[in-house]
Structures are given as C-alpha cells and as structure tokens.
Design a protein around this ligand. Structure first.
Ligand code: SUG
Length: 445
C-alpha cells in the first residue's frame, strides 16, 4: 500500500503580531513590539506550502484559531460588549489582550502529536492536541485546535481524536515539535522518538528558561496512541541548550525516514542516546545519524539561523530535500555546512531556501509551521479534501489573504475593535473555503 507524509501547515491568522510572549524563545523576546505584517506572513506561509506541492508532495492546510479569544478575556473578568471587553483589557491588562490576540496557532508543529496507523495497535491515526500549558497565549489554542483537527480529519474509521492532556505542569505538552519517527519508509512503524525537556521525577532540568515538554506528557501520549513500548524511546533534551534558547527539540534536531540530523549538544548524555537510537532502529535501509559538531555550527548560529528547524522531505523522485529558512544563507558557516551536507554520502541532496521572516521573527521556522501526518492512500482519501492544497486552493487562499489581511499590525492596533471584526469576517469565509463547519466560538453566537 502507498504511504505518504503529508505536511499540514498552519495558515497564519489575520492578527499576527509581535508581543514578546514566549519567555525562553529568544526571537520572540527580541522582536517584541515590532510592527508585524500579517498579509506578508500569511503569503510567505502559502508560498512555502506551494513550494512543497511543486516538489510533488501532498500538502494540507490547517485553519488558524480565531483571535481575539473573547471567551478567555471574559473568563478573566472583562465584560460588556465585545468592543468594551477589548477596550477594558487594552487599558488595564495589555499583556492579557496580547495573549488573546496571538496568531500563535500558525506553528502547527505544536498543534498536536500524531501517530500513524502503521504504528498504532488499532491501526488508526491518533491525534492528541497539545495542551501547550507553559504559555497562556498557547494554552488557549488547544480546544479550537482540537475542533479544527476533527474537521480536517473527519472520519471515524481511520482517525482517533483524543482530548488534550490535563492542564497541569506535570503534563506540559508541545506536540510534534518534540516527536520524530525514524523509519525505513512512511508505511513502517519504525522507532518513535519522544524528546522531553524535563522529567518531573528528576532534578535534571534547565535553570534559566522553562522546559516545555515533560516526560510524563510524552509517556501519556505514547500510551493513549497505543504505541509499541519496544519501539518507543523517551530521550531528554540537554537542559543547557534550553537555557540558551532551544525551547523545543525541533530547534536542534530534525528527522525524516532513515535520517536524523542533530547538533552535538542536543541531548542529555548524548553518546548513550545515540547508542539507544542505533539499537532501537531495525529498518533494512541504513540509518544516517548525522551529528553536527559545534566547530561546524555553533549553538548560537544554530539558534540564529534555525538550521535545524528546516523541513527534511523525501522527494518522489528519490532522495531528500532540506527546506531551510533564508536566514541560513546570511551566516556563512551555516550555508557552507548545508552545501557540504548535500554533497556528503547521505540521502539529502538538495537545499531549498525560503523566506519566512515574519514567522521567524517570532521563533517559528519552516518545521514549526507544519504538522506531519503519515497517511496511507486510504487514509489520505478520508481527509477533508477541501483542506488539501492544489493550484485552485492556493489561488483562492492567496486572494482571500489579500482581501482581508492588514499589512501592518502594531501593539496599538490590538485595541482597535475593527481588527476583531475584520478577523472574524475573514475566518467565517475561511470555514467555507476549507469546508470545516462552525469551528469558531464567534460563529456560535
Ligand atoms: O511557542 N512563538 C512560538 C514559536 C513556536 C515555534 N514552534 C516550534 N519550534 N515548533 C512559541 O514560542 C511568540 C509569540 C509572540 O511573542 O508574539 C511565540 O509564541
């Protein structure tokens, strides 16, 4: 049976802005209060999706969360008309308003953990929306993201949708950003790698910045997705690199099929981790463990360039391409490393640079923007077809963005109630384009 990896990218929402909300994410902090360009951000995201279609890959679209999140603002005591809620929050608690206006659901790698049917006991594809409980602006995504996933993968025969894990610090879960599968090919169950920042039963943890993913969360997901314990590894991120700004594992490692590219400082007790991975992998194709040395790419350059947040994709014509952010070209050592990587003896033979600056300035590169879902031909046929990108949908979404999105949003604009109504009008139209029904709270009023 044919199997594919389909990337479902988070469409950038109309309220994309720079609010400095993510402590531990250096780009988010250093670009706080810059003027954002939501139109450009959404078009850059669409260009990335379209580039993958042109490579011959299947590509999906995930609708954004609706912002502002009025329900959260109301739950926090702001009352009156919608405009009054915004006005009061802007005057008294601007950081809460910013959290409720964040377009952070664009980073779909954090939307959920997804296990393919070839790896689960009941042979269904399992989804668990991430609770994202480390940051308020992200924790409020989980419910609507769950509804969007159900509307996108809307078939009980093939798909199982779990609720998010309990909103408790023991179960901090950031979704697929900390999850990779090493496999012979997409239809094989392979080895599932869950990477956590902190085991709540251990003292090995970062000291400056928070660890967002706990071992306990990863274990709970592996259980509910019915993964084979013999083919599942839980490995710890190096706490020192979290303290330097590596807030998710996908900022320091990337895997695809039988290739795993990771920095020399990525994991706690790295040599033991490498040995575990070697032992755990049982594919017939050779495993390529590519450890990037600090002398080739320093940690600082890795974080600045987001080289590890590239997408590594298998091409229908054979081999793999690495889809890297164009920031990698601005650091000579990183660009050199990538070009040598393509010439070395491994399946990667092409690097494609893309401009995703609007997202990058909030700490989100190519890999953050997509949720990987490995699907059989039958499962793919069960996906909501309106959410799969083709030339028609690409044109429709580009026009939709150009019609509805502003080209500048500053923190002051968040106080303007017309940003809310514009956003709701746009998203209402989007639910029709993507045939996802009434997934947004404002549609239920
Ligand atoms: O959670 N940035 C996101 C970036 C997420 C990147 N995802 C992965 N690496 N998979 C975050 O830190 C910044 C929002 C702001 O400051 O306005 C933000 O939420």
């Amino acid at each position: 049976m044919s199997y594919y990896e389909v990337n479902f990218d988070g469409l950038v929402g109309p309220t994309h802005n720079y609010a400095g909300l993510s402590y531990g994410n250096i780009a988010s902090k250093s670009n706080a209060n810059k003027v954002a360009n939501p139109r450009q951000a959404a078009l850059q995201g669409l260009e990335k999706m379209w580039s993958l279609v042109q490579l011959g890959l299947y590509q999906g679209v995930l609708a954004p969360n609706a912002r502002p999140d009025l329900a959260t603002l109301r739950a926090l005591g702001f009352s009156g008309s919608d405009a009054a809620v915004i006005d009061k929050a802007a005057k008294t608690e601007p950081m809460l308003l910013k959290a409720c206006y964040s377009a952070s659901s664009m980073w779909a790698a954090n939307a959920a953990t997804v296990s393919p049917g070839c790896a689960t006991q009941d042979a269904k594809v399992h989804f668990t929306p991430a609770n994202l409980n480390n940051k308020l602006h992200r924790a409020i995504e989980a419910k609507t993201t769950g509804q969007i996933l159900r509307a996108t993968f809307n078939d009980d025969t093939h798909f199982v949708h779990h609720p998010p894990l309990p909103q408790h610090s023991l179960f901090g879960d950031e979704g697929a950003a900390n999850y990779t599968r090493l496999v012979d090919s997409y239809g094989h169950s392979g080895l599932a790698l869950f990477v956590y920042g902190e085991d709540m039963n251990s003292n090995v943890r970062p000291s400056a910045f928070p660890a967002r993913q706990t071992r306990q969360a990863s274990e709970a997901i592996a259980r509910s997705h019915q993964l084979d314990p013999a083919r599942t590894l839980f490995i710890q991120q190096n706490p020192d690199v979290i303290d330097q700004g590596v807030f998710h594992n996908d900022v320091i490692a990337i895997g695809n099929e039988n290739v795993f590219l990771f920095h020399e400082q990525a994991f706690y007790q790295q040599q033991a981790v490498i040995a575990q991975i070697r032992n755990g992998y049982s594919g017939s194709r050779p495993l390529h463990l590519i450890e990037v040395k600090t002398t080739d790419v320093t940690l600082e350059d890795a974080i600045k360039s987001y080289i590890f947040n590239s997408q590594l994709v298998s091409l229908p014509s054979g081999g793999m391409a690495i889809i890297a952010p164009s920031e990698c070209q601005t650091i000579g050592r990183v660009e050199r490393y990538l070009s040598l990587l393509c010439k070395a003896s491994n399946p990667i033979n092409e690097v494609i640079y893309l401009d995703l600056k609007q997202s990058m300035q909030n700490g989100g590169g190519p890999a953050c923007l997509r949720l990987r879902v490995a699907l059989s031909q039958q499962e793919l046929a069960a996906v909501n077809p309106s959410c799969l990108l083709d030339d028609r949908l690409y044109a429709v979404l580009s026009d939709w963005v150009k019609k509805h999105y502003r080209d500048r949003v500053s923190d002051k604009d968040l106080a303007d109630p017309s940003l809310m109504t514009e956003s709701q009008t746009a998203l209402d139209e989007l639910t029709q384009i993507l045939s996802i029904g009434s997934v947004y709270p404002f549609q239920q009023n």
